[in-house]
Design a protein around this ligand. Structure first.
Ligand SMILES: C[S@@+](CC[C@H](N)C(=O)[O-])C[C@H]1O[C@@H](n2cnc3c(N)ncnc32)[C@H](O)[C@@H]1O
Length: 224
């Protein structure tokens, strides 16, 4: 389904262009970005060689902004395919003038082409679209094809941190990590029963927690 573009979207995207990584010429928008074989130079994106983390499907940016504020010693690249949403996240980052947060306005499918092998310290998958029907399974951000990309771009022993409210996505993710060379740890079916001190709430998490729904979470470590 094609989504309606927000009013004034192009102008708003222009206002936050310093926060969106320029990956080459765009054809009048953020769909159908022509792709080059060049890899992103993360040191020039952030102006330092601090570790780089990725949030994939960052939505309106609540988590990304809070994480970047809490950890100025890390860089965060937040990935979001929907331009109507990424613009809101960029506006939040700009309001806070965060030097260690930048956005990629594209689908996670393209990350393997764009990022160097072993360049990412950690990946956050927060409340990824569940695509619960069997025929949609390939679109889940923890499908084997995505995990192959993440394995490639993660450092050795780098980790994925996943949170979701969706049982089907969580169960299928557990199986996929096990098949694809990740070691699981800190698996929980109720993150908020014993909430880790460093947990940062996302927009979706805030909503589900207020409804009393359990949050499933895990860490998946890249091994050998
Ligand atoms: C359910 S929302 C969760 C947003 C946010 N992470 C949170 O927890 O509040 C999932 C987001 O992932 C984005 N998304 C879905 N598939 C994607 C993909 N292949 N690449 C990048 N973003 C994607 C959607 O556009 C949407 O904004």
């Amino acid at each position: 389904m094609r989504m309606r573009r927000k009013k004034n979207l192009d102008e708003r995207l222009r206002q936050v262009r310093d926060y969106i990584v320029d990956i080459g010429e765009t054809t009048g928008g953020y769909e159908g970005i022509p792709f080059s074989a060049n890899k992103l130079d993360l040191v020039s994106v952030f102006g330092n060689d601090n570790p780089v983390e990725l949030e994939i499907g960052c939505g309106k940016g609540q988590f990304a902004v809070a994480l970047a504020k809490a950890h100025p010693e890390r860089n965060l690249l937040a990935v979001e395919v929907n331009p109507n949403v990424v613009v809101l996240a960029c506006e939040k980052a700009k309001a806070e003038a965060l030097p260690n947060l930048r956005f990629l306005a594209l689908g996670a499918e393209k990350l393997g082409v764009l990022l160097e092998k072993g360049s990412i310290a950690r990946i956050y998958l927060n409340f990824s679209c569940p695509f619960p029907k069997k025929r949609q399974a390939k679109r889940r951000l923890t499908h084997d094809s995505f995990l192959a990309i993440y394995r490639d771009i993660l450092v050795d022993n780098g980790e994925i941190r996943q949170k979701t409210d969706n049982r089907i996505l969580f169960a299928s993710s557990l199986c996929a990590y096990s098949r694809c060379g990740f070691e699981l740890c800190d698996v929980t079916l109720d993150l908020h029963a014993d909430e880790p001190e460093d947990n940062i709430m996302t927009e979706y998490e805030t909503r589900f927690v207020s409804l009393g729904q359990p949050i499933y979470a895990l860490k998946a470590i890249k091994r050998g």
